[in-house]
Ligand binder design. Structure first.
Ligand SMILES: [Zn+2]
Length: 287
C-alpha cells in the first residue's frame, strides 16, 4: 500500500500507473483534507493561545494600574483649591518634624466614595497565603516606633489619608508581586507632579538608606501609575497630600520572590530600619 503523504500527493503521478486506482485517489484526497484540517487547527490553537496571553498581560497591567489609583483612566482636574499664589506664599505650620507613614491597603474597606474603586484591589498583592496589607502593616508600625524614638511626630495612615494632608514627609509602603518568582528588589518613586520640590530628595534618601540596610537590588520597573499614586494626586482627589508635602512611595520587595519574602516577613527590624533611616536622613538634609 502506498504511503499517502502531502508530498506524495503533490508529486505528479503518471496516469494509469497508479496501482491503487480510484480508491487510492480517494485516500489521498482524504489525507490532504486531514492535513489541511490539522494545519487549520494548529493555526486556530495558536491564535487562541496568543490572544489569551495578550489578555492575561492586559489584566496584569490593569491590576497594576488599579493598585495605585481608583480610576487610572480618569485625568480630570478637580482641584482649584490650591492657587499658585497660595502655594508660593505657603508656610510650614509651627511644630516638631511630622511624618506620615502609610500602610498600603490598610483599612481599604473604609474608603470614601471618590476612592471606592480601590476596594477592588482588596488587600493588595497576594502570593500563596500571604497578602500585601498584612505584610506591610507591621513594617509601618515598626517605622513609626523607630521615628517616635527620635522625637519625630509620626503616625501610621490607612488608605484614606486626611484631605490636604500636611507633613514634612509622607511615605507610602507597599510590597510587589510578580508572576515570575525570579523578579525581585525594591523601588522608590516620588510624585510625578511635585510642587514641594523635595520628592526627589526624599526618594533619593530612601533609596540609599534602604539599599544599605537590606542589600536588596533596585528594581527599575517604575511605572507611570506608580508616580501618579492616588494619595499624591491632589489635583484629582480630596483625600490626598497637600501639594507642599514631600512624598514618596516605596515598594519594599516582592512577596513572590523567596529572598525578598523571607526578609519582609522575618526581618521586619531591618526593613523598617532602612525606611526610618531614609526618612531621618531626609529630615536632616532639610535642617
Ligand atoms: Zn500595594
Amino acid at each position: 500500500m502506498r504511503h499517502a503523504t502531502l508530498m506524495g500527493i503533490m508529486a505528479k503521478q503518471p496516469k494509469g500507473v497508479d496501482d491503487g486506482g480510484m480508491s487510492a485517489r480517494v485516500r489521498d484526497i482524504i489525507s490532504v483534507l486531514c492535513a489541511g484540517i490539522a494545519i487549520l487547527f494548529a493555526i486556530w490553537s495558536y491564535v487562541v493561545w496568543s490572544s489569551a496571553v495578550i489578555r492575561a498581560a492586559e489584566v496584569v497591567e490593569q491590576s497594576h494600574a488599579e493598585h495605585y489609583s481608583p480610576d487610572p483612566q480618569d485625568t480630570r482636574d478637580i482641584r482649584e483649591t490650591y492657587t499658585p499664589e497660595m502655594l508660593a506664599t505657603w508656610e510650614r505650620p509651627e511644630g516638631p518634624p511630622r511624618v506620615g507613614v502609610q500602610a498600603g491597603h490598610w483599612r481599604v474597606e473604609e474608603v470614601p466614595e471618590e476612592l471606592a474603586n480601590l476596594k477592588r484591589n482588596g488587600a493588595g498583592g497576594v502570593w500563596l497565603n500571604f497578602n500585601e496589607r498584612d505584610v506591610v502593616l507591621p513594617i509601618a508600625r515598626e517605622v513609626v516606633m523607630l521615628l517616635e524614638a527620635e522625637g519625630i511626630e509620626v503616625e501610621v495612615l490607612p488608605v484614606t489619608i486626611p484631605p490636604g494632608y500636611v507633613a514634612d514627609a509622607f511615605v507610602s509602603l507597599h510590597a510587589d508581586v510578580n508572576s515570575s518568582e525570579q523578579v525581585g528588589g525594591f523601588k522608590v518613586a516620588p510624585p510625578r507632579y511635585d510642587v514641594s520640590g523635595r520628592g526627589d530628595i526624599l526618594a533619593g534618601a530612601l533609596y540609599q538608606a534602604y539599599e544599605a540596610a537590606t542589600g536588596l537590588p533596585r528594581d527599575p520597573a517604575i511605572t507611570w501609575h506608580m508616580t501618579g499614586y492616588y494619595a499624591f494626586n491632589w489635583r484629582r482627589f480630596e483625600h490626598a497630600i497637600h501639594p507642599m508635602t514631600p512624598a514618596s512611595i516605596i515598594e519594599l520587595g516582592y512577596l513572590s520572590n523567596a529572598r525578598d519574602r523571607q526578609m519582609l516577613l522575618e526581618e521586619v527590624d531591618r526593613i523598617a530600619g532602612g525606611v526610618a533611616r531614609g526618612i531621618q536622613d531626609f529630615l536632616e538634609l532639610l535642617e
